[in-house]
Design a protein. Structure first.
Length: 156
């Protein structure tokens, strides 16, 4: 039986955590507390396809986040290098990265104090597939609009 590859950032994180624990010889997992910076428990995101698509489109709505994803197409990049071309503070870039991480579009690898970000293209592929399902509708509408426009055009 083959194992399937992790699809979300959370699955990648869990895989990395499991491998790290195995590398240090710890058989039992370290208990973790999932809380926000304000100390409240983190909200559990919906696991459905709609929730994932909503998170993907919300993350892609911002031009800064799209530019970050474009930079990540070149490969893994450290957070400080990712922040360099933008005219904003490192904490502001980190907030954008957190949104992309929560949407499952990027993953974070920590090597000491250096955080390297990696692009995960699967959520974008899912969004493209969802939009492709409606392509026939828009093609038909645009053809109808073109026919209407040609019919109302005055003769020359």
């Amino acid at each position: 039986m083959t194992k399937r590859a992790p699809r979300s950032a959370a699955e990648w994180h869990e895989l990395a955590r499991t491998r790290f624990l195995a590398s240090i010889g710890r058989l039992t997992p370290i208990p973790r507390r999932r809380q926000t910076r304000q100390g409240r428990p983190a909200r559990a995101a919906g696991k459905g396809r709609t929730a994932l698509l909503n998170a993907t489109f919300a993350a892609l709505a911002d031009p800064t986040r799209r530019a970050i994803l474009e930079h990540l197409t070149a490969g893994d990049i450290a957070v400080t290098e990712l922040a360099r071309p933008f005219r904003m503070s490192l904490p502001a870039v980190s907030k954008h990265l957190r949104v992309l991480e929560e949407a499952g579009l990027i993953s974070r690898d920590r090597d000491g104090r250096v955080h390297r970000m990696r692009l995960i293209a699967r959520p974008m592929k899912d969004a493209v597939e969802w939009m492709a399902a409606y392509a026939w509708f828009w093609d038909e509408r645009l053809e109808s609009l073109g026919r209407n426009f040609d019919a109302t055009k005055p003769p020359e």
